[in-house]
Design a protein around this ligand. Sequence first.
Ligand SMILES: [Mn+2]
Length: 367
Amino acid sequence: MLKFLHTADIHLDSAFTTHFTAEQAENMRSNIMTSFSRIIKLADSVDVLLISGDLFDNPNPSRATVSFVKRLFSEIPGTRIFIAAGNHDPYTPNSVYSRENLGENVHVFGIEPDCVELPELKARIFGMSFSSARCLERLSLPKIEKKDGVYDILSVHADLVSNGTGSEYNPIDKMTIASSNADYLALGHIHKRSGVLKCGSTYYAYPGIPQGRGFDECGDLGCYLGCFDGEITDIRFEKTSVLRMIRLETDITGCTDRPHIAEKVSDAIKRIGGSEDFYRVILNGRIDPGILNIDSLKYKLKDYASFLEIIDKTKPAYDIEELSRQDTLCGEFVRIMLSERKNSACAEQIEEAILLGVCALLGGDEV
Ligand SMILES: [Mn+2]
């Protein structure tokens, strides 16, 4: 039996130059480290830990981060650790992988395909590293000659593309995966978890990023824990993220005042996540522009979210009945349109046209 843990794209030492304040960026870097500690805890009970690239966000991470990684690796001496460098932390003559010995139980793959035999585990671990930030050439994976009763795992940071499509990041296609003959191909690069897939006799997967860093990396994230036992292959997802990045759309049509809007948004937040999570809230619907104030809303919601970004996509609402009674050009327009609506099968389109017209006549920016 062989137990393994597959992770990739941890991106320790990410810079976070957009979206976050210096303090929030520091907290996020700390969350990534916590997520990595959780991975290492899980890896204590496996034979092999596979890190398929972008362990670090850049080829020269800080001394503090390198010490942290070395300490964690040293805490699981019974686990064999294999690193295939990615496009963010390529294996160059000056990179961390050339300068540092990350531990006795750690093997960093070179830029040519490489294999480590583990006879005691009846396994072979193949892999190769990125040699620079970009690798346009189609990646040729080693073609493994199978041996009876030996598990073959291949770890690489690569961009799975359809046949004939290119990529700057080690493009590979399904044909190449199938002809590798590996029992499991541990991929890195795509930050969204792929699920466990199969091509030919090879299982393959992207575990995705283990801790979301932006609102394109949402939800519970983690790594894959796998087990080969004779003919049985069992690979399952394990959550390691400390907090979730959550995108939330809320329709605030019908809200009559500021506390009412805050109540509606806080209810939506409580339904979907916790106060430790990071939110991007998109407000939709039609609302009196006078009652929406984003700064005041953020202040009211400060206890519901560690980080809150609010994007206003609401459209202005008008009291059409009230406008129809006014002795103005706008009032005249509304009266004509309302009488059109009475005899029309397209009432909804006419209502939309009324709002567009009113907004134009009253000088609103956008509808
Ligand atoms: Mn990555």
